[in-house]
Design a protein around this ligand. Structure first.
Ligand code: SF4
Length: 214
Protein backbone atom coordinates (compact mmCIF):
# COMPACT_ATOMS: atom_id res chain seq x y z
CA UNK A 1 0.00 0.00 0.00
CA UNK A 2 1.44 3.36 -1.03
CA UNK A 3 1.05 5.96 1.72
CA UNK A 4 1.84 9.53 0.72
CA UNK A 5 3.73 11.33 3.49
CA UNK A 6 4.09 15.10 3.86
CA UNK A 7 7.70 14.85 2.64
CA UNK A 8 6.67 12.94 -0.48
CA UNK A 9 4.06 15.53 -1.47
CA UNK A 10 6.39 18.39 -0.62
CA UNK A 11 9.23 16.89 -2.62
CA UNK A 12 7.07 16.41 -5.72
CA UNK A 13 5.79 19.96 -5.37
CA UNK A 14 9.36 21.29 -5.21
CA UNK A 15 10.76 19.20 -8.04
CA UNK A 16 9.17 16.13 -9.67
CA UNK A 17 12.64 14.88 -10.67
CA UNK A 18 13.70 14.94 -7.05
CA UNK A 19 10.64 12.90 -6.15
CA UNK A 20 11.57 10.34 -8.80
CA UNK A 21 15.16 10.08 -7.57
CA UNK A 22 14.26 9.87 -3.90
CA UNK A 23 11.07 7.83 -3.86
CA UNK A 24 10.99 5.82 -7.08
CA UNK A 25 14.65 5.16 -7.88
CA UNK A 26 15.42 5.27 -4.14
CA UNK A 27 18.74 7.04 -4.62
CA UNK A 28 20.31 7.61 -1.25
CA UNK A 29 22.51 10.68 -0.89
CA UNK A 30 24.36 10.89 2.40
CA UNK A 31 23.82 14.25 4.09
CA UNK A 32 25.76 15.65 7.00
CA UNK A 33 24.21 14.18 10.16
CA UNK A 34 24.98 17.48 11.93
CA UNK A 35 22.06 19.11 10.09
CA UNK A 36 19.61 16.84 11.89
CA UNK A 37 21.44 16.11 15.13
CA UNK A 38 19.88 18.72 17.40
CA UNK A 39 16.34 18.12 16.18
CA UNK A 40 16.71 14.36 16.63
CA UNK A 41 18.01 14.71 20.18
CA UNK A 42 15.19 17.02 21.29
CA UNK A 43 12.53 14.86 19.63
CA UNK A 44 13.85 11.68 21.25
CA UNK A 45 14.08 13.35 24.66
CA UNK A 46 10.53 14.70 24.36
CA UNK A 47 9.22 11.26 23.39
CA UNK A 48 10.87 9.53 26.37
CA UNK A 49 9.78 12.28 28.75
CA UNK A 50 6.15 12.21 27.60
CA UNK A 51 6.07 8.43 27.96
CA UNK A 52 7.09 8.90 31.56
CA UNK A 53 10.60 7.48 31.25
CA UNK A 54 13.53 8.67 33.35
CA UNK A 55 15.48 11.15 31.21
CA UNK A 56 17.91 12.42 33.85
CA UNK A 57 20.86 10.53 32.36
CA UNK A 58 20.29 12.18 28.96
CA UNK A 59 20.30 15.79 30.18
CA UNK A 60 24.12 15.99 30.70
CA UNK A 61 24.60 14.92 27.05
CA UNK A 62 22.91 18.13 25.84
CA UNK A 63 24.93 21.19 24.88
CA UNK A 64 24.14 24.43 26.72
CA UNK A 65 22.10 25.63 23.75
CA UNK A 66 20.17 22.35 23.64
CA UNK A 67 19.47 22.63 27.36
CA UNK A 68 17.87 26.04 26.81
CA UNK A 69 15.76 24.66 23.96
CA UNK A 70 14.69 21.73 26.14
CA UNK A 71 13.82 24.07 29.01
CA UNK A 72 11.64 26.18 26.73
CA UNK A 73 9.84 23.09 25.42
CA UNK A 74 9.23 21.80 28.95
CA UNK A 75 7.67 25.12 29.91
CA UNK A 76 5.52 25.38 26.80
CA UNK A 77 1.82 25.41 27.71
CA UNK A 78 0.90 22.91 24.98
CA UNK A 79 3.67 20.51 25.93
CA UNK A 80 2.24 20.54 29.45
CA UNK A 81 -1.23 19.40 28.40
CA UNK A 82 -2.41 15.86 28.97
CA UNK A 83 -0.45 13.28 27.01
CA UNK A 84 -2.27 11.12 24.49
CA UNK A 85 0.56 9.74 22.34
CA UNK A 86 3.91 10.64 20.79
CA UNK A 87 5.87 9.60 17.71
CA UNK A 88 2.41 8.52 16.65
CA UNK A 89 1.77 7.02 13.20
CA UNK A 90 -1.52 8.02 11.61
CA UNK A 91 -2.99 7.51 8.18
CA UNK A 92 -6.26 8.02 6.35
CA UNK A 93 -7.75 7.19 2.98
CA UNK A 94 -8.82 9.99 0.66
CA UNK A 95 -10.60 8.68 -2.42
CA UNK A 96 -8.13 6.06 -3.74
CA UNK A 97 -5.11 7.47 -1.94
CA UNK A 98 -3.61 6.82 1.46
CA UNK A 99 -1.96 9.71 3.26
CA UNK A 100 -0.12 9.51 6.56
CA UNK A 101 2.76 10.46 8.78
CA UNK A 102 4.14 10.46 12.29
CA UNK A 103 3.14 13.15 14.78
CA UNK A 104 5.66 14.46 17.32
CA UNK A 105 3.01 14.49 20.04
CA UNK A 106 -0.74 14.36 20.51
CA UNK A 107 -2.07 16.12 23.61
CA UNK A 108 -5.44 17.02 25.05
CA UNK A 109 -7.28 19.17 27.50
CA UNK A 110 -10.82 17.87 28.02
CA UNK A 111 -12.22 17.50 24.47
CA UNK A 112 -9.67 19.82 22.90
CA UNK A 113 -6.92 17.96 21.05
CA UNK A 114 -3.56 19.32 19.95
CA UNK A 115 -1.09 17.98 17.44
CA UNK A 116 2.34 19.25 18.46
CA UNK A 117 5.23 19.69 16.11
CA UNK A 118 8.49 20.95 17.62
CA UNK A 119 10.80 22.80 15.26
CA UNK A 120 14.40 23.46 16.19
CA UNK A 121 14.80 25.19 12.81
CA UNK A 122 12.25 27.30 10.99
CA UNK A 123 8.52 26.55 10.88
CA UNK A 124 7.01 26.29 7.36
CA UNK A 125 6.62 29.53 5.40
CA UNK A 126 2.91 28.93 4.91
CA UNK A 127 1.99 26.78 7.94
CA UNK A 128 -1.78 26.79 7.27
CA UNK A 129 -1.32 24.94 3.99
CA UNK A 130 1.88 23.03 4.57
CA UNK A 131 1.53 19.35 3.60
CA UNK A 132 2.43 18.30 7.12
CA UNK A 133 -0.32 20.46 8.62
CA UNK A 134 -2.91 19.24 6.15
CA UNK A 135 -2.08 15.53 6.39
CA UNK A 136 -1.80 15.39 10.18
CA UNK A 137 -5.02 17.33 10.75
CA UNK A 138 -7.01 15.23 8.26
CA UNK A 139 -5.70 11.97 9.77
CA UNK A 140 -6.22 13.01 13.41
CA UNK A 141 -9.68 14.37 12.64
CA UNK A 142 -10.61 11.05 11.03
CA UNK A 143 -9.68 9.12 14.16
CA UNK A 144 -11.27 11.55 16.62
CA UNK A 145 -14.52 11.69 14.60
CA UNK A 146 -14.88 7.93 14.96
CA UNK A 147 -14.88 8.21 18.75
CA UNK A 148 -16.35 11.64 19.40
CA UNK A 149 -18.55 12.55 16.42
CA UNK A 150 -18.35 16.36 16.31
CA UNK A 151 -17.83 16.76 20.03
CA UNK A 152 -14.17 17.84 20.02
CA UNK A 153 -11.87 20.56 18.77
CA UNK A 154 -8.59 19.94 17.02
CA UNK A 155 -5.60 22.24 16.49
CA UNK A 156 -2.12 21.95 15.07
CA UNK A 157 0.54 23.69 17.15
CA UNK A 158 3.94 24.41 15.68
CA UNK A 159 6.26 25.02 18.61
CA UNK A 160 8.96 27.25 17.20
CA UNK A 161 11.86 26.48 19.54
CA UNK A 162 14.21 28.85 17.75
CA UNK A 163 12.06 31.98 18.03
CA UNK A 164 10.23 30.84 21.18
CA UNK A 165 6.69 31.14 19.95
CA UNK A 166 3.74 28.96 18.96
CA UNK A 167 1.88 29.02 15.70
CA UNK A 168 -1.61 27.55 16.12
CA UNK A 169 -3.92 26.36 13.35
CA UNK A 170 -7.46 25.51 14.37
CA UNK A 171 -9.15 22.83 12.31
CA UNK A 172 -12.65 23.40 10.91
CA UNK A 173 -15.08 21.94 8.37
CA UNK A 174 -14.01 24.61 5.88
CA UNK A 175 -10.34 23.68 6.31
CA UNK A 176 -11.22 19.99 5.99
CA UNK A 177 -12.78 20.56 2.57
CA UNK A 178 -9.88 22.70 1.35
CA UNK A 179 -7.22 20.31 2.68
CA UNK A 180 -8.86 17.19 1.27
CA UNK A 181 -9.17 18.82 -2.11
CA UNK A 182 -5.53 19.93 -2.16
CA UNK A 183 -4.22 16.58 -0.96
CA UNK A 184 -6.23 14.59 -3.49
CA UNK A 185 -5.05 16.93 -6.26
CA UNK A 186 -1.41 16.45 -5.21
CA UNK A 187 -1.72 12.65 -5.00
CA UNK A 188 -3.39 12.56 -8.41
CA UNK A 189 -0.59 14.66 -9.92
CA UNK A 190 2.02 12.20 -8.67
CA UNK A 191 0.20 9.06 -9.75
CA UNK A 192 -0.68 10.35 -13.22
CA UNK A 193 2.59 12.06 -14.10
CA UNK A 194 4.32 10.67 -17.18
CA UNK A 195 7.52 12.68 -16.95
CA UNK A 196 9.22 13.74 -13.76
CA UNK A 197 10.33 17.18 -14.87
CA UNK A 198 13.26 19.03 -13.39
CA UNK A 199 12.67 22.26 -11.52
CA UNK A 200 15.96 24.00 -12.18
CA UNK A 201 15.17 26.86 -9.83
CA UNK A 202 15.59 24.52 -6.85
CA UNK A 203 18.95 22.97 -7.73
CA UNK A 204 21.29 25.15 -5.65
CA UNK A 205 20.37 23.53 -2.35
CA UNK A 206 19.41 20.11 -3.68
CA UNK A 207 21.29 17.06 -2.40
CA UNK A 208 20.95 15.43 -5.84
CA UNK A 209 22.60 18.25 -7.82
CA UNK A 210 25.81 16.27 -8.45
CA UNK A 211 23.98 13.32 -10.00
CA UNK A 212 21.13 15.04 -11.73
CA UNK A 213 23.03 16.23 -14.86
CA UNK A 214 21.73 19.77 -14.60
S1 SF4 B 1 19.20 18.94 -8.85
FE1 SF4 B 1 17.51 20.29 -9.46
S2 SF4 B 1 16.41 19.22 -11.07
FE2 SF4 B 1 17.71 17.72 -10.02
S3 SF4 B 1 16.42 16.83 -8.48
FE3 SF4 B 1 17.47 18.52 -7.52
S4 SF4 B 1 16.13 20.29 -7.72
FE4 SF4 B 1 15.42 18.73 -9.15
Amino acid sequence: MQVFSPNMLKTFDECPKKYELRYIQKVNVVQSPKIFERGKKIHALAHYYLRGEDITKFIPTLTNEEKLIWQYLMENEYFQKKYVNSEYNLNAKLENFWIGGRLDAFMKSQNNYYILDYKTGAIPKNPEEDFQTMIYLICANRILSQGWGNNFSLSFVYIDLKNKKNHIIEFSDEKKAVYENKLITSCKKITTTQTFNKNLSRCNFCEFNKICNV
